[in-house]
Design a protein around this ligand. Structure first.
Ligand SMILES: Nc1ncnc2c1ncn2[C@@H]1O[C@H](COP(=O)(O)OP(=O)(O)O)[C@@H](O)[C@H]1O
Ligand SMILES: [Mg+2]
Length: 325
């Protein structure tokens, strides 16, 4: 590669925020400088890269002992570390921009703080099942190198509802102690309307205490709530989040993107994508991912690398049969 090609590659990886790629291009430059007889520059480049890599290892070292919830929290929060990246999600430009903005603001948290500003950190994800809400929580944690703490609802919502408010307080307390992405999945369990058939005193108390905790929270982690049933949520809730992000059934273009991404390592040159997209219309992102994986499996187990329409048709009819069962 020439120097200008290297520069272009550096710039591209910088824009993509792909650190590893950036450093590996720098190493390629070192090799090419060495070939030109510029030993000193080459050595310097290599040592800078090494230094950067060892710093990064320290920064991203997983604080397993620290982050593992203890005591009462152990049953309330399930901790995990996410490798999921936003780039592994196929998103509409609008959705992608909104998620990137959250990540960007968190990465620039210090710069914002210098001006008394805070990143958006309370987000509500709404939309049908399988549309990528849980994956988003995981991608946010992965992109920000933060632990992902999923609130375990079965433990939170005990039969003795008086306990639930106390447990919620514990969770918010944990947020202040350990920075992370705190994920309230199936959020309608907490956020159900205060009026209506479930207007039981206790239910209202739980929602009220959640609203208050959310309002008072000034930790620097990220609170992500998700629900498949936004119509059940109390309208007061929507205002309390910095961002309400809506997920939808995929468009044809997104559907094709998900299928293609899943089958990247296969030969699909002769595949009639439009026919596949037609046959899977109405599928959620999750169903598309599963059908693509099934098609890939039948090809692999046949000893092929080509994916045919027949592979898809089998996967689709299998899915129909199993969802009817
Ligand atoms: N935008 C997306 N791009 C690629 N795959 C997706 C996307 N959304 C969902 N998926 C696939 O569907 C699976 C289930 O999605 P999930 O996030 O659990 O949906 P939800 O939480 O909205 O019900 C994911 O693990 C992933 O395989
Ligand atoms: Mg989910």
């Amino acid at each position: 590669m020439t120097t200008s090609k290297h520069l272009l590659a550096l710039l591209r990886s910088h824009i993509d925020e792909d650190n590893d790629q950036f450093l590996s291009v720098a190493l390629q430059m070192a090799a090419s400088e060495a070939r030109k007889g510029h030993g000193k520059v080459a050595t310097e480049l290599r040592s800078i890269v090494e230094e950067a890599r060892s710093k990064k290892r320290v920064q991203t070292a997983r604080p397993i002992a620290l982050a593992q919830p203890k005591g009462d929290l152990a049953e309330l929060l399930s901790a995990s570390y996410s490798e999921t990246r936003l780039s592994s999600m196929v998103l509409t430009p609008d959705l992608s921009l909104r998620l990137m903005r959250i990540i960007h603001e968190h990465r620039q948290q210090r710069r914002l703080a210098e001006h008394g500003l805070k990143p958006r950190r309370k987000v509500l994800l709404i939309g049908p099942p399988g549309a990528g809400k849980t994956m988003t929580a995981s991608a946010l944690a992965g992109e920000l190198s933060l632990p992902l703490f999923t609130v375990v609802f079965e433990s939170l919502m005990t039969r003795f509802m008086g306990e639930t408010a106390a447990k919620l307080r514990l969770v918010f307390e944990a947020m202040r102690q350990t920075r992370g992405v705190y994920f309230f999945d199936e959020f309608d369990a907490i956020g159900a309307k205060r009026t209506g058939t479930n207007d039981v005193g206790e239910v209202r108390r739980i929602l009220n205490s959640f609203l208050q905790l959310l309002e008072n929270d000034d930790s620097d982690g990220l609170i992500v709530a998700a629900t498949n049933h936004p119509e059940l949520l109390d309208p007061a809730l929507f205002r309390r989040f910095d961002d309400v992000i809506e997920y939808e059934i995929p468009t044809n273009e997104i559907a094709k993107g998900i299928l293609k991404a899943r089958l990247r390592t296969f030969d699909t040159t002769d595949l009639d994508w439009d026919a596949v997209v037609d046959a899977t219309s109405g599928y959620s992102q999750a169903e598309l991912a599963r059908v693509a994986a099934d098609a890939a499996k039948s090809s692999v187990l046949d000893g092929r690398t080509i994916i045919s329409l027949a592979d898809f048709n089998t996967a689709i009819s299998d899915r129909k049969r199993s969802s009817r069962a």
